[in-house]
Design a protein around this ligand. Structure first.
Ligand code: NDP
Length: 246
């Protein structure tokens, strides 16, 4: 119960990795705030956690909209009084080769994956600075480190998160706020369910640990980075990819 009563926001936690991260924090005693664009999906995830005897709340929030994010953060502060941990997890892919990539697909991916991290971090930084404590964890991707054909928009957004993380770590360290990133490899979720069988087999050949990751692999690292054991770690990106990028 290392996160007893810690108010923990996880963006994009209605399914996939975000949902697993939210559950992992709740199982350690945190009150988790489920955020997603779809209100009924957010409420459903909250209810699932409540039915397990865990503490959770939910709000519909589009991370691309700074005013909406600020409004929701204000509501969370009114109701729960503090924000201890933020996990910036919301993200999408809109893959295509550069010559076929539309401006809309570029903008949408950058807006959700990168601007969303800016909007949410900015909104929680104020109460965290005031409280002189906080932990922010940004979900980047191994693609932000290695790049990938067909994912220029996604790779740029995820590399951007790594630079953002380092800058925020330098800005907020004196206020006892740490900011770190996680760069997962291929994790079994709706996002990777679209992979074709031959692509999946080719991927597996390049993963020394011989399997795709599961959301729990990412959630465990998230708990560590938010824990007291990681108090002296900031501005780092931890790769969770089964050894794929070695
Ligand atoms: P999913 O597609 O399963 O889930 C994405 C979540 O983000 C959903 O809850 C979705 O909810 C939410 N979301 C999307 N857009 C917005 C928005 N504008 N505002 C608020 N919430 C939003 O993705 P994964 O669980 O696979 O991925 C989670 C994160 O991990 C992403 O950042 C992804 O890039 C990263 N990642 C994933 C990897 C993988 O292999 N799966 C590998 C490396 C990184 P809703 O649609 O209701 O808004």
């Amino acid at each position: 119960m290392q996160f007893q009563n810690k108010i923990t926001i996880v963006t994009g936690s209605t399914r996939g990795i975000g949902k697993e991260i939210a559950k992992a924090f709740a199982q350690e005693g945190a009150t988790v705030i489920i955020l997603g664009r779809n209100a009924s999906a957010a409420d459903q995830t909250r209810d699932e956690l409540l039915s397990l005897g865990l503490k959770a709340d939910s709000f519909a929030c589009d991370v691309t909209n700074g005013a909406n994010v600020q409004e929701i953060i204000n509501k969370i502060l009114d109701k729960h009084k503090s924000i201890d941990i933020l996990v910036n997890n919301a993200g999408i892919t809109k893959d295509n080769l550069l010559l076929r990539m539309s401006e809309d697909d570029w903008d949408e991916v950058i807006s959700i994956n990168l601007k969303g991290v800016f909007n949410c971090s900015k909104a929680v930084a104020k109460p965290m600075v005031k409280a002189r404590q906080g932990k922010i964890i940004n979900i980047s991707s191994i693609i932000g480190i290695t790049g990938n054909a067909g994912q220029a928009n996604y790779a740029a957004s995820k590399a951007g998160i790594i630079g953002f993380t380092k800058s925020m770590a330098k800005e907020l360290a004196s206020r006892n706020i740490t900011i770190n990133a996680i760069a997962p490899g291929y994790i079994e979720t709706d996002m990777t369910a679209q992979l074709k069988e031959d692509t999946r087999e080719a991927l597996l050949k390049n993963i020394p640990l011989g399997r795709l990751g599961i959301a729990k692999d990412v959630a465990g690292v998230c708990l560590f980075l938010a824990s007291a054991e990681a108090n002296y770690i900031t501005g780092q990106t931890i790769v969770v990819d089964g050894g794929m990028a070695i």
